[in-house]
Design a protein around this ligand. Sequence first.
Ligand SMILES: [Zn+2]
Length: 222
Amino acid sequence: MLILAACIVTVFLILFMGMAALRSAQEREAREKAILAENNSGPAQWQKEGAPYIDVQLLTPNEYSRPQIALNEVKYIAIHYTANPGATAMDNRNYFENLAETHSTKVSSHFVVGIEGEVVQCIPTAEISYATNERNVDTLSIECCHMDETGDFEQATYASVVKLTAWLCTRFGLTEENVIRHYDVTGKNCPKYYVEHPEAWEQMKEDIAAQIQEDYILQENL
Ligand SMILES: [Zn+2]
């Protein structure tokens, strides 16, 4: 009988502690959302301004992927491909996160756009990422997922990266002329499909330019 009572008490204690932990996590999340809302910022506001939905999953600060070095002025937005066919945006984000443990290399990007068009943010735009070599100091980087070795983007990925890039251009006072490929900085075959098909790259820049116009109109009417 005594053992049974002890068991019941233990179960209740575990339940209670679990609920308290859950409640404090929920409270923290609510507080963070309130701060974002107060600053007229956050994913819902960004969408009104023309951004795709952004899942903010910031990396734990660490010297291998999120060194927390200030990015004082955004001059370029660089497009990359992950060279990792079939992997999702979160897979790539988690790879960056794990570098804090593995220390195997220094690499990361501000955003990863997934095969289904999902967008994950890994690093705040006020900090540098490790993606674009000597341009890291003044460049926001976007990694794009892809299905196969050609490196061509799925339609959903393409649509999201155009929207994301246009919104960032509008935010930082840039135009499609400030949108570059990793290739334009180092000659690396990245993003592969858009290096090997220059006409597809020109088309993407035209699509970004058209979206920038739409975003300006959207934002004027907010
Ligand atoms: Zn690249």
